[in-house]
Design a protein around this ligand. Structure first.
Ligand code: HPA
Length: 264
């Protein structure tokens, strides 16, 4: 099954291996985790600018502290998403934070706004789990209630509050792309309960949830969706709006990682 979400800004997936990280018990490790997180955020900014199909995983020891880290911007076939999601698990990851660029279906949530994803509606044909199920990873028919972990979302909100940043919440409609939606489609999605629309995140979340990884996701609103403003949608417009929001998103991700490390 072809999956071409890389036509939009790269979905950035962060792998948080914080199972043994605890600020009080092991401050050195906690510090190292924060350093890794910062590096990862820089990588994220780089890849967001690059916007190219890529698939990268790096892992290893950092700072002599044994913090394994992984980063992976996902592109390509669903099978690759499946493979990478499971690799994360094998490496001891327990949670992923996905960021994406999205169009807003709510007028008051304009370009530059951030939205924590509470749920999704998939308009992406197929499913990354189609094919023989590997029971070692997860069940044949995985549930997707609470696909976007409420506890992780609470941490995101806590991080946002610390930074005085408004973090909206809403439902993400996942579309295949690479064409943008039509105004009629956007009106239909709004009626169905979507708050934002983008071309990624859904397959990654399905794969992650199937194998038991916890998921948090944040949409960077780069535009009002098709037909909602006079502005013409284009990839260039998406890029420039995402660039303007990058600093806030970066600070939010770092603050979230700090909150997350405290809970591990
Ligand atoms: N639609 C789909 N994907 C997007 C949009 C949009 O309006 N903006 C950024 N990614």
């Amino acid at each position: 099954m072809a999956y071409t979400a890389m036509q939009e800004l790269a979905t950035q997936v962060f792998y948080l291996r914080a199972a043994h990280v605890c600020q009080d018990e092991d401050p050195m490790l906690a510090r190292a985790l924060r350093r890794v997180a910062r590096d990862e955020v820089l990588h994220m900014a780089f890849y967001r600018d690059a916007v190219k199909a890529h698939l990268e995983v790096s892992g290893g020891e950092r700072g002599g502290c044994g913090v394994r880290h992984q980063r992976c911007a996902i592109a390509g076939a669903a099978a690759e998403i499946e493979h990478q999601g499971r690799r994360l698990l094998a490496l001891g990851c327990e949670a992923v934070l996905i960021t994406n660029a999205a169009g807003s279906l709510r007028r008051e949530m304009g370009p530059g706004a951030l939205m924590a994803v509470t749920d999704h509606i998939s308009f992406i044909p197929g499913n990354p789990l189609i094919g023989p199920n590997d029971d070692a990873y997860g069940p044949r028919f995985p549930a997707l209630e609470d696909a976007y972990d409420p506890a992780l979302r609470a941490l995101l909100q806590r991080a946002a509050a610390r930074l005085n940043v408004t973090l909206n919440e809403g439902v993400y409609a996942g579309c295949l792309g690479p064409s943008f939606e039509t105004p009629a489609e956007i009106r239909a999605y709004a009626k169905l309960g979507a708050d934002a629309v983008g071309m990624s995140t859904v397959p990654e979340t399905i794969v992650a949830r199937h194998c038991g990884l916890r998921v948090a996701a944040v949409s960077v609103i780069t535009n009002l969706a098709a037909g909602m403003s006079d502005e013409k949608l284009s990839h260039e417009q998406t890029l420039s709006a995402a660039g303007r929001a990058a600093d806030t998103l970066t600070r939010l991700v770092i603050a979230f990682l700090e909150e997350y490390a405290r809970t591990a």
